[in-house]
Design a protein around this ligand. Structure first.
Ligand code: ZN
Length: 341
């Protein structure tokens, strides 16, 4: 399976296999870094049936019976516990219950207590094929408090040879009692060179421009480019904001726009502090000196305002009005002008 793993996850995976031996691991990192793929690859390596010394760096062989069952998601000693909304991404059939859940209903993003209880029954069984069992829960922060509490005791004292992998985007959103029972494993930001090479191999033009604009996260960069926000779009973006051209940005999904505006503010702050911009290297320095104190105050305040908007950015609030407000507010801050009313 390691063949399907993104190249930048290979080194962290080898390292984790060599050094992380706790029975409960908390793998955390932004969704874009692939914590789910990483956790599955980890589970596969533990369940691989080829003797360890015959495998490259302890990674799964990808050929044995155990590996095949993991790849087919039918290994009897592996349970993937994900919300409905992520079943497909996890390689699971869309509908677990077989009740033919209605297509009109949005798949749930929560991990419900019933699902946790069912997984705990799995934990109680003796391993049927491998020397141990693996329960993978992702994203762990989507367990509500009841579900998380149901897990606690078993997480502390599993009944048999057992490994838990909790994938997580935001560890601070987890109950401290869950966090404290796990060994933490942070997925690093993908190093720039392999990320660029990978994007170029996907056929992306001017990959560096898109990668920078997307915070150095290659999966996000590729997704953005495929949705039309390619290098050209990102080159134009700072000027569009500076000119208040919200019509040009009208089609952007709000979460993407909010994040891009945040990055633009950060870059202007960097300029004000005499540093090079990071996300938008072509960002022009403002003509004439801006009052640095006022600029910093305006940008800091606007950054906080954007963060608050980001929390609601996937709600269907009136999009054209929202884009207009976001762009105008950011534009004023970037030029250290008074905020629009
Ligand atoms: Zn194998």
């Amino acid at each position: 399976m390691s063949a399907g793993l993104h190249p930048w996850l290979r080194a962290p995976l080898q390292q984790a296999l060599a050094t992380r031996h706790a029975h409960a691991l908390l793998v955390h990192g932004a969704q874009d870094r692939g914590p789910l793929d990483f956790s599955i690859a980890l589970a596969q390596a533990w369940l691989c049936e080829t003797p360890r010394h015959e495998r490259e760096h302890g990674l799964a062989c990808g050929r044995c019976g155990g590996c095949h069952l993991v790849l087919e998601r039918s290994h009897p000693d592996l349970r993937l516990l994900v919300p409905e909304s992520l079943r497909e991404a996890a390689g699971l059939p869309a509908d677990e219950s077989g009740e033919g859940s209605s297509k009109t209903r949005k798949p749930s993003r929560e991990i419900k207590v019933d699902a946790v209880r069912a997984a705990l029954e799995f934990v109680g069984l003796t391993p049927s094929r491998a020397p141990l069992k693996v329960l993978l829960i992702h994203p762990a922060e989507e367990m509500n408090a009841v579900a998380a509490n149901a897990l606690l005791k078993t997480l502390e004292e599993p009944p048999g040879p057992m490994r838990f992998v909790l994938g997580c985007g935001a560890p601070q959103a987890l109950l401290p009692t869950i966090r404290s029972r796990c060994q933490m494993l942070a997925l690093p930001r993908p190093p720039r060179e392999p990320a660029l090479a990978w994007l170029q191999a996907q056929g992306l033009q001017d990959a560096a421009i898109v990668l920078d604009a997307c915070g150095g996260e290659p999966l996000r960069a590729l997704e953005q480019a495929r949705e039309g926000r390619d290098a050209e779009a990102w080159r134009r973006f700072p000027a569009q904001v500076m000119q208040g051209d919200s019509a040009a940005l009208a089609g952007w999904p709000l979460p993407v726009l909010v994040e891009a505006l945040q990055r633009l503010c950060e870059d202007r702050l960097r300029q004000a502090l005499g540093l090079a911009p990071q996300s938008f290297p072509l960002l022009e320095a403002p003509r004439g000196a801006l009052p640095v104190d006022r600029l910093i105050a305006a940008l800091t305040e606007t950054a906080a305002w954007l963060r608050a908007r980001a929390r609601h950015a996937d709600h269907p609030w009136s999009a054209p009005l929202a884009v207009e407000a976001l762009v105008q507010r950011t534009r004023a801050a970037l030029a250290a002008r008074p905020q629009p009313a």
